[in-house]
Design a protein. Structure first.
Length: 332
Protein backbone atom coordinates (compact mmCIF):
# COMPACT_ATOMS: atom_id res chain seq x y z
CA UNK A 1 0.00 0.00 0.00
CA UNK A 2 2.83 2.37 0.87
CA UNK A 3 4.55 1.43 -2.38
CA UNK A 4 1.41 2.22 -4.39
CA UNK A 5 0.99 5.53 -2.59
CA UNK A 6 4.65 6.39 -3.23
CA UNK A 7 4.28 5.64 -6.96
CA UNK A 8 1.19 7.84 -7.19
CA UNK A 9 3.02 10.69 -5.50
CA UNK A 10 5.94 10.32 -7.90
CA UNK A 11 3.62 10.37 -10.93
CA UNK A 12 1.75 13.42 -9.63
CA UNK A 13 5.01 15.20 -8.93
CA UNK A 14 6.18 14.48 -12.51
CA UNK A 15 2.91 15.95 -13.81
CA UNK A 16 3.54 19.02 -11.66
CA UNK A 17 7.03 19.46 -13.14
CA UNK A 18 5.59 19.09 -16.67
CA UNK A 19 3.06 21.83 -15.85
CA UNK A 20 5.89 24.09 -14.64
CA UNK A 21 7.78 23.47 -17.91
CA UNK A 22 4.67 24.32 -19.97
CA UNK A 23 4.19 27.56 -18.02
CA UNK A 24 7.87 28.38 -18.48
CA UNK A 25 7.57 27.81 -22.23
CA UNK A 26 4.50 30.06 -22.33
CA UNK A 27 6.36 32.83 -20.53
CA UNK A 28 9.34 32.50 -22.89
CA UNK A 29 7.32 31.85 -26.07
CA UNK A 30 8.97 34.72 -27.96
CA UNK A 31 12.35 32.97 -27.51
CA UNK A 32 11.05 29.51 -28.51
CA UNK A 33 12.08 29.68 -32.21
CA UNK A 34 15.63 30.56 -31.21
CA UNK A 35 15.69 27.86 -28.54
CA UNK A 36 14.27 25.17 -30.83
CA UNK A 37 16.71 26.06 -33.62
CA UNK A 38 19.60 25.90 -31.16
CA UNK A 39 18.45 22.48 -29.91
CA UNK A 40 18.05 21.09 -33.44
CA UNK A 41 21.39 22.46 -34.66
CA UNK A 42 23.19 21.20 -31.54
CA UNK A 43 21.69 17.72 -31.74
CA UNK A 44 22.50 17.29 -35.44
CA UNK A 45 26.01 18.74 -35.02
CA UNK A 46 26.83 16.42 -32.10
CA UNK A 47 25.52 13.38 -34.00
CA UNK A 48 27.46 14.30 -37.15
CA UNK A 49 30.62 15.01 -35.12
CA UNK A 50 30.41 11.55 -33.53
CA UNK A 51 30.41 9.92 -36.98
CA UNK A 52 33.30 12.11 -38.16
CA UNK A 53 35.25 11.37 -34.99
CA UNK A 54 34.95 7.63 -35.58
CA UNK A 55 35.47 7.81 -39.34
CA UNK A 56 38.44 10.20 -39.53
CA UNK A 57 39.93 9.51 -36.07
CA UNK A 58 39.78 13.21 -35.20
CA UNK A 59 39.46 14.84 -31.81
CA UNK A 60 36.00 15.79 -30.62
CA UNK A 61 36.58 19.56 -30.90
CA UNK A 62 38.08 19.29 -34.38
CA UNK A 63 35.18 17.11 -35.55
CA UNK A 64 32.61 19.67 -34.34
CA UNK A 65 34.54 22.56 -35.92
CA UNK A 66 34.69 20.66 -39.23
CA UNK A 67 30.92 19.98 -39.14
CA UNK A 68 30.14 23.67 -38.66
CA UNK A 69 32.62 24.73 -41.34
CA UNK A 70 31.01 22.38 -43.86
CA UNK A 71 27.55 23.58 -42.83
CA UNK A 72 28.49 27.26 -43.27
CA UNK A 73 29.98 26.58 -46.72
CA UNK A 74 26.80 24.76 -47.79
CA UNK A 75 24.59 27.57 -46.45
CA UNK A 76 26.62 30.24 -48.31
CA UNK A 77 26.40 28.30 -51.59
CA UNK A 78 22.69 27.67 -51.02
CA UNK A 79 22.02 31.36 -50.30
CA UNK A 80 23.95 32.42 -53.39
CA UNK A 81 22.18 30.08 -55.79
CA UNK A 82 18.81 30.48 -54.04
CA UNK A 83 18.92 34.28 -54.32
CA UNK A 84 19.91 34.05 -58.00
CA UNK A 85 17.00 31.70 -58.66
CA UNK A 86 14.46 33.95 -56.92
CA UNK A 87 15.69 37.10 -58.74
CA UNK A 88 15.67 35.40 -62.14
CA UNK A 89 12.23 33.90 -61.53
CA UNK A 90 10.74 37.27 -60.51
CA UNK A 91 12.28 38.84 -63.61
CA UNK A 92 10.82 36.08 -65.81
CA UNK A 93 7.39 36.48 -64.20
CA UNK A 94 7.41 40.24 -64.88
CA UNK A 95 8.35 39.63 -68.53
CA UNK A 96 5.65 36.96 -68.81
CA UNK A 97 2.91 39.22 -67.45
CA UNK A 98 3.94 42.27 -69.50
CA UNK A 99 4.38 40.45 -72.82
CA UNK A 100 1.62 37.86 -72.56
CA UNK A 101 -1.28 38.24 -75.01
CA UNK A 102 -4.26 37.82 -72.69
CA UNK A 103 -6.69 37.86 -75.61
CA UNK A 104 -5.06 34.92 -77.43
CA UNK A 105 -6.60 32.21 -75.27
CA UNK A 106 -10.12 31.99 -73.91
CA UNK A 107 -8.91 30.59 -70.59
CA UNK A 108 -6.34 33.38 -70.15
CA UNK A 109 -8.96 35.95 -71.07
CA UNK A 110 -11.26 34.66 -68.34
CA UNK A 111 -8.40 34.71 -65.85
CA UNK A 112 -7.52 38.26 -66.81
CA UNK A 113 -11.14 39.42 -66.41
CA UNK A 114 -11.30 37.88 -62.97
CA UNK A 115 -8.07 39.36 -61.66
CA UNK A 116 -8.30 42.77 -63.35
CA UNK A 117 -10.67 44.30 -60.72
CA UNK A 118 -8.23 43.26 -57.99
CA UNK A 119 -5.17 44.59 -59.81
CA UNK A 120 -6.88 47.92 -60.50
CA UNK A 121 -7.75 48.37 -56.83
CA UNK A 122 -4.25 47.64 -55.56
CA UNK A 123 -2.69 50.33 -53.40
CA UNK A 124 0.95 50.85 -54.41
CA UNK A 125 1.94 52.42 -51.09
CA UNK A 126 0.29 49.59 -49.20
CA UNK A 127 2.14 47.02 -51.31
CA UNK A 128 5.48 48.77 -50.65
CA UNK A 129 4.72 48.91 -46.93
CA UNK A 130 3.83 45.21 -46.87
CA UNK A 131 6.98 44.45 -48.84
CA UNK A 132 9.17 46.22 -46.28
CA UNK A 133 7.29 44.41 -43.50
CA UNK A 134 8.01 41.05 -45.13
CA UNK A 135 11.68 41.98 -45.58
CA UNK A 136 11.82 42.88 -41.90
CA UNK A 137 10.42 39.46 -40.98
CA UNK A 138 12.92 37.73 -43.27
CA UNK A 139 15.73 39.72 -41.63
CA UNK A 140 14.50 38.68 -38.18
CA UNK A 141 14.45 35.00 -39.23
CA UNK A 142 18.00 35.26 -40.61
CA UNK A 143 19.12 36.93 -37.38
CA UNK A 144 17.63 34.08 -35.32
CA UNK A 145 19.22 31.47 -37.59
CA UNK A 146 22.68 33.03 -37.24
CA UNK A 147 22.26 33.44 -33.48
CA UNK A 148 21.03 29.85 -33.09
CA UNK A 149 23.98 28.61 -35.13
CA UNK A 150 26.39 30.52 -32.88
CA UNK A 151 24.72 29.29 -29.67
CA UNK A 152 24.65 25.70 -30.92
CA UNK A 153 28.36 25.87 -31.82
CA UNK A 154 29.24 27.14 -28.33
CA UNK A 155 26.98 24.51 -26.75
CA UNK A 156 28.49 21.68 -28.82
CA UNK A 157 32.07 22.72 -28.08
CA UNK A 158 31.49 23.13 -24.34
CA UNK A 159 29.02 20.23 -23.88
CA UNK A 160 31.24 18.17 -21.48
CA UNK A 161 31.83 21.21 -19.23
CA UNK A 162 28.11 22.07 -19.30
CA UNK A 163 27.20 18.55 -18.20
CA UNK A 164 29.57 18.74 -15.24
CA UNK A 165 28.21 22.16 -14.27
CA UNK A 166 24.57 20.98 -14.61
CA UNK A 167 25.20 18.27 -12.00
CA UNK A 168 25.22 21.02 -9.39
CA UNK A 169 21.44 21.29 -9.85
CA UNK A 170 21.04 17.55 -9.24
CA UNK A 171 23.03 17.84 -6.01
CA UNK A 172 21.13 20.88 -4.75
CA UNK A 173 18.34 20.89 -2.09
CA UNK A 174 15.86 20.87 -5.02
CA UNK A 175 17.42 17.83 -6.66
CA UNK A 176 14.04 16.03 -6.90
CA UNK A 177 12.53 18.87 -8.96
CA UNK A 178 15.59 19.29 -11.21
CA UNK A 179 15.89 15.53 -11.61
CA UNK A 180 12.35 15.30 -13.01
CA UNK A 181 12.97 18.48 -15.03
CA UNK A 182 16.05 16.90 -16.62
CA UNK A 183 14.24 13.62 -17.43
CA UNK A 184 11.37 15.42 -19.19
CA UNK A 185 13.53 17.87 -21.16
CA UNK A 186 16.07 15.20 -22.11
CA UNK A 187 13.31 12.91 -23.35
CA UNK A 188 11.72 15.62 -25.49
CA UNK A 189 15.06 16.66 -27.02
CA UNK A 190 15.81 13.01 -27.83
CA UNK A 191 12.43 12.59 -29.56
CA UNK A 192 12.74 15.93 -31.39
CA UNK A 193 16.26 15.16 -32.61
CA UNK A 194 15.53 11.62 -33.79
CA UNK A 195 12.30 12.55 -35.58
CA UNK A 196 14.04 15.49 -37.25
CA UNK A 197 16.74 13.09 -38.47
CA UNK A 198 14.03 10.89 -39.99
CA UNK A 199 12.46 13.96 -41.64
CA UNK A 200 15.86 14.85 -43.08
CA UNK A 201 16.11 11.39 -44.65
CA UNK A 202 12.61 11.69 -46.11
CA UNK A 203 13.49 15.16 -47.38
CA UNK A 204 16.62 13.89 -49.17
CA UNK A 205 14.65 11.12 -50.92
CA UNK A 206 11.89 13.54 -52.03
CA UNK A 207 14.47 16.03 -53.30
CA UNK A 208 16.30 13.39 -55.35
CA UNK A 209 13.04 12.30 -57.01
CA UNK A 210 12.08 15.88 -57.86
CA UNK A 211 15.57 16.69 -59.20
CA UNK A 212 15.40 13.72 -61.61
CA UNK A 213 12.04 14.99 -62.94
CA UNK A 214 13.21 18.62 -63.20
CA UNK A 215 16.35 17.51 -65.05
CA UNK A 216 14.21 15.54 -67.51
CA UNK A 217 12.00 18.64 -68.08
CA UNK A 218 15.14 20.79 -68.53
CA UNK A 219 14.17 23.20 -65.75
CA UNK A 220 16.33 26.35 -65.39
CA UNK A 221 18.09 27.22 -62.12
CA UNK A 222 18.14 23.52 -61.18
CA UNK A 223 20.45 23.97 -58.20
CA UNK A 224 18.31 26.79 -56.79
CA UNK A 225 15.14 24.71 -57.08
CA UNK A 226 16.92 21.75 -55.49
CA UNK A 227 17.75 23.92 -52.47
CA UNK A 228 14.18 25.26 -52.32
CA UNK A 229 12.63 21.78 -52.49
CA UNK A 230 15.02 20.49 -49.82
CA UNK A 231 14.27 23.36 -47.40
CA UNK A 232 10.50 23.05 -47.87
CA UNK A 233 10.84 19.28 -47.50
CA UNK A 234 11.82 19.82 -43.87
CA UNK A 235 8.15 20.68 -43.28
CA UNK A 236 6.44 17.26 -43.02
CA UNK A 237 3.91 16.43 -45.77
CA UNK A 238 2.87 20.06 -46.45
CA UNK A 239 6.35 21.13 -47.64
CA UNK A 240 5.90 19.17 -50.88
CA UNK A 241 2.59 20.98 -51.52
CA UNK A 242 4.08 24.44 -50.81
CA UNK A 243 6.88 23.79 -53.32
CA UNK A 244 4.17 23.38 -55.97
CA UNK A 245 3.70 27.17 -56.28
CA UNK A 246 7.14 28.19 -57.68
CA UNK A 247 7.43 24.96 -59.67
CA UNK A 248 4.14 25.41 -61.54
CA UNK A 249 4.88 29.09 -62.26
CA UNK A 250 8.26 28.21 -63.74
CA UNK A 251 6.78 25.25 -65.65
CA UNK A 252 4.27 27.63 -67.26
CA UNK A 253 7.02 30.09 -68.18
CA UNK A 254 9.39 27.56 -69.77
CA UNK A 255 6.85 25.31 -71.44
CA UNK A 256 3.13 24.85 -71.85
CA UNK A 257 0.20 23.28 -70.05
CA UNK A 258 1.71 19.83 -70.63
CA UNK A 259 4.76 20.85 -68.58
CA UNK A 260 2.51 22.25 -65.84
CA UNK A 261 0.43 19.06 -65.75
CA UNK A 262 3.63 16.97 -65.58
CA UNK A 263 4.80 18.99 -62.57
CA UNK A 264 1.37 18.74 -60.89
CA UNK A 265 1.25 14.98 -61.39
CA UNK A 266 4.86 14.57 -60.19
CA UNK A 267 4.29 16.63 -57.03
CA UNK A 268 1.06 14.70 -56.37
CA UNK A 269 2.86 11.36 -56.73
CA UNK A 270 5.75 12.52 -54.51
CA UNK A 271 3.22 13.77 -51.95
CA UNK A 272 1.40 10.41 -51.98
CA UNK A 273 4.72 8.55 -51.85
CA UNK A 274 5.78 10.56 -48.79
CA UNK A 275 2.39 10.38 -47.08
CA UNK A 276 1.61 6.71 -47.62
CA UNK A 277 5.03 5.08 -47.84
CA UNK A 278 7.96 7.16 -46.57
CA UNK A 279 6.26 8.56 -43.47
CA UNK A 280 4.58 5.29 -42.42
CA UNK A 281 7.73 3.29 -43.20
CA UNK A 282 10.37 5.51 -41.58
CA UNK A 283 8.18 6.79 -38.76
CA UNK A 284 6.62 3.42 -37.90
CA UNK A 285 9.62 2.31 -35.85
CA UNK A 286 9.60 5.65 -34.03
CA UNK A 287 6.01 6.77 -33.53
CA UNK A 288 3.76 3.83 -34.55
CA UNK A 289 1.11 6.39 -35.50
CA UNK A 290 -1.33 6.11 -38.45
CA UNK A 291 -0.88 8.65 -41.24
CA UNK A 292 -4.34 10.13 -40.50
CA UNK A 293 -3.26 10.96 -36.94
CA UNK A 294 -0.05 12.56 -38.27
CA UNK A 295 -1.99 14.69 -40.78
CA UNK A 296 -4.55 15.83 -38.18
CA UNK A 297 -1.72 16.66 -35.79
CA UNK A 298 0.04 18.76 -38.43
CA UNK A 299 -3.15 20.66 -39.32
CA UNK A 300 -4.01 21.43 -35.69
CA UNK A 301 -0.44 22.38 -34.71
CA UNK A 302 -0.12 24.63 -37.77
CA UNK A 303 -3.24 26.52 -36.68
CA UNK A 304 -1.89 26.86 -33.14
CA UNK A 305 1.78 27.63 -33.78
CA UNK A 306 2.13 28.45 -37.49
CA UNK A 307 5.09 27.02 -39.43
CA UNK A 308 6.79 25.89 -36.24
CA UNK A 309 3.74 23.75 -35.51
CA UNK A 310 4.42 21.79 -38.70
CA UNK A 311 8.00 21.14 -37.58
CA UNK A 312 7.54 20.34 -33.87
CA UNK A 313 3.92 19.12 -33.95
CA UNK A 314 4.77 15.44 -34.39
CA UNK A 315 7.60 15.44 -31.77
CA UNK A 316 5.24 17.09 -29.24
CA UNK A 317 2.51 14.51 -29.85
CA UNK A 318 5.04 11.65 -29.71
CA UNK A 319 6.47 13.02 -26.46
CA UNK A 320 3.02 13.35 -24.83
CA UNK A 321 2.06 9.80 -25.81
CA UNK A 322 5.36 8.57 -24.38
CA UNK A 323 5.08 10.71 -21.24
CA UNK A 324 1.59 9.43 -20.38
CA UNK A 325 2.66 5.82 -21.21
CA UNK A 326 0.07 5.58 -24.00
CA UNK A 327 2.61 4.66 -26.67
CA UNK A 328 6.28 4.14 -25.94
CA UNK A 329 8.79 5.91 -28.12
CA UNK A 330 11.29 3.57 -29.74
CA UNK A 331 14.71 5.25 -29.64
CA UNK A 332 16.54 2.51 -31.54
Amino acid sequence: MNLLSSLKQKVLYRYFVLLVIVLLIFCLKQFMPLLLLTIIFSYLALQAAKHLERLLKLSRSLSIALVYMLFIVVVILAAKHGATTVINQIDSMIKLVTHLDWQSTGLLQDVYKNIQPYTDSLNTHQLISQGFSQLNQVGHVLYELILALLFSFIFSMTYPQLRIWAKNFLNSPFKKFFGEFYIIIHRFILILGQLFQVQLLICVINTLIMVVVLTFLQFPYLLGFTILIFILGLIPVFGVIISLIPLTITAFMIGNWHTVITILVTVLLVHLFESYFLHPHFMSNKTHMPILVILLNLIIMEKLFGVWGLIVGLPILTFLLDFFHIQKFNRK
